[in-house]
Design a binder for this molecule. Sequence first.
Ligand SMILES: Nc1ncnc2c1ncn2[C@@H]1O[C@H](COP(=O)(O)OP(=O)(O)OP(=O)(O)O)[C@@H](O)[C@H]1O
Ligand SMILES: [Mg+2]
Length: 259
Amino acid sequence: MTALLEANRISKSFRGLRALSEVSLRVDEDEIVGLVGPNGAGKTTAFNLMSGVTPPTEGDIHIAGQRINGMSPHRIVRLGLARTFQATTVFHDTTVVENVRRGLLGALGIRFFSTLFNTASYREQTRASTRRAYDVLERVGLSGHAHASAATLAYGHQRLLGIAIALAADPKILLLDEPAAGLNPAEAQMMGEMIVRLHKELKISVLLVEHNMRMVMGICDRLFVLQHGQLIAQGTPQQIRNDPRVISAYLGSDDDEAA
Ligand SMILES: Nc1ncnc2c1ncn2[C@@H]1O[C@H](COP(=O)(O)OP(=O)(O)OP(=O)(O)O)[C@@H](O)[C@H]1O
Ligand SMILES: [Mg+2]
């Protein structure tokens, strides 16, 4: 079976620092897969390579069988991979729904958007993107805030807005970079439940980077564990929990949220 997302021995060096070293991983259809590891392990770097922010120094990345090395983020989104960012970034000068619309047009590129929605005029384009924006806001539970100024959103809601923007591109695979960061335990619990619901309702696979081990262990089918840029373990949550290398990687770090 062709993997939805496959990284084959990818490496990334930053001026001599090897942030990622020959890491291979795959995500198939209908999976929630975790990518975990202590701070600085290379998780966000892996996301940056897979979403086209920066090319790998070595190795290949395929989305649904298509090699994406060197492709622009726009093209990668069009192939069905969307991501969120570790830090929340919203347009503060406008409404929540307009944030999703702008985020969607920015992610896809306006020319492609017109083709996708078969909309020639600017007005039709606005209408179609607005409809899509309302739809995804509904899915993340933010439709009641659609017309609020994004600047006034509570932090937890800003995290949801970031997910809504990624979902607007209608991905087959969604990469989430620490969706629960900064959330309280009850909010984190709801975030986990929402990720599972989105996975089921939209039939999307998820690659989840997260330090909240309760969430990771609770919702992931499989996990990959990075340390110092290297893959040190992979398997089911049960296998990972009992893996001596994983335990020592976490005990050896100052990451206090680790299981
Ligand atoms: N653009 C960059 N230039 C130089 N070094 C970088 C760059 N991006 C990341 N690094 C380095 O690469 C390593 C991995 O960083 P990365 O952000 O991928 O870790 P992470 O696993 O996401 O950590 P965290 O859990 O803290 O978010 C770190 O040593 C980091 O300082
Ligand atoms: Mg990171």
